[in-house]
Ligand binder design. Structure first.
Ligand code: FE2
Length: 289
């Protein structure tokens, strides 16, 4: 089939390739969460290594938090919708993430930190995403990008859609504050009133996922439903099209450039080779983080 000049310039729409609800899991000192990426069902979506959703108004599910633990070789992105989390690391860095706020931590060669709920009652709700670093950046100095809710730009469309832009640039030109040039991440929180749509160019170099937080979304020019609290992994293409099924919907749209490098991972360490994992354990035991 030959394409006309007009068709040739149109970005190829990304259809839905697969969906998963994730699995119930427990991490840290017993925080109950849903592991959406990084589970036996969905190991990773290069370079997205892990996506956890935690949501509970029962303190027993979260109060124990994540006492001191290490990370090496990747980035963690914590986005809170409700509640407060206190973060503290072994280099003296400390802060509280509040609703709407983001902590984008580049663990690099290593940090030891704790992530503890700053509340003993009420709703705690949010996400933690792990994004891999290329081999050349795995041993860089640790770095933080922290943004409270008020500093994250919101784009409002005529149809009522509201897009909070944590990272990346929307097609209308709104740029989020978080940056990582090697993976060019996109991290949007998209709220769609019934009947609204949102379209975004996502280069073919990028892996792309959508997690439906509320309501039922549709994905693609030929709309395929994505049920509430499910992750959709999108197929190859250059543009994402989101819609609703007649009720308001909200989702995270996340994309990042594939690395295509070998991945050796064990718990909180994600490197390229098994020998580097062994080295990470040695360094951690010897207090070299
Ligand atoms: Fe952590």
């Amino acid at each position: 089939m030959t394409r006309t000049a007009n068709e040739a310039t149109q970005p190829v729409d990304r259809p839905l390739a697969g969906i998963t609800p994730g699995i119930p899991a427990s991490d840290g000192a017993g925080v109950r969460l849903t592991r959406i990426i990084g589970s036996p069902q969905l190991d990773m979506v290069d370079p997205l290594l892990l996506l956890d959703c935690f949501e509970s108004d029962n303190p027993d599910d979260y109060i124990a938090g994540f006492p001191p633990h290490p990370h090496r070789g990747f980035e963690t992105v914590t986005y809170l919708l409700a509640g407060r989390m206190r973060h503290k690391d072994n280099a003296g860095h400390e802060g509280v993430i509040e609703p709407g706020g983001v902590q984008w931590m580049t663990a690099g060669r290593g940090i030891v930190h704790s992530e503890m709920p700053e509340q003993d009652a009420g709703l705690l709700r949010g996400f933690q995403l792990w994004i891999n670093l290329p081999a050349t950046e795995k041993m860089t100095a640790p770095e933080y990008q922290e943004f409270d809710g008020a500093t994250i730009p919101e784009e409002r469309q005529d149809d009522g859609a509201v897009v909070r832009v944590v990272a990346g640039t929307t097609d209308a030109g709104t740029t989020g504050p978080a940056k990582r040039p090697s993976t060019e991440p996109i991290y949007f929180d998209v709220a769609l009133p019934a009947g609204a749509t949102f379209s975004q160019r996502v280069p073919s170099s990028h892996a792309c996922v959508v997690f439906s937080i509320e309501g039922e979304l549709t994905i693609g020019e030929e709309p395929t439903p994505l049920p509430t609290r499910h992750l959709g992994v999108l197929d190859a293409g250059e543009r994402v099209t989101l819609g609703t099924t007649g009720r308001p919907a909200r989702c995270l749209l996340i994309a990042a450039k594939r690395l295509g490098e070998p991945v050796a991972r064990h718990g909180p360490f994600v490197m390229n080779t098994q020998a580097e994992i062994v080295q990470a354990f040695d360094d951690y035991r010897a207090n070299r983080f």
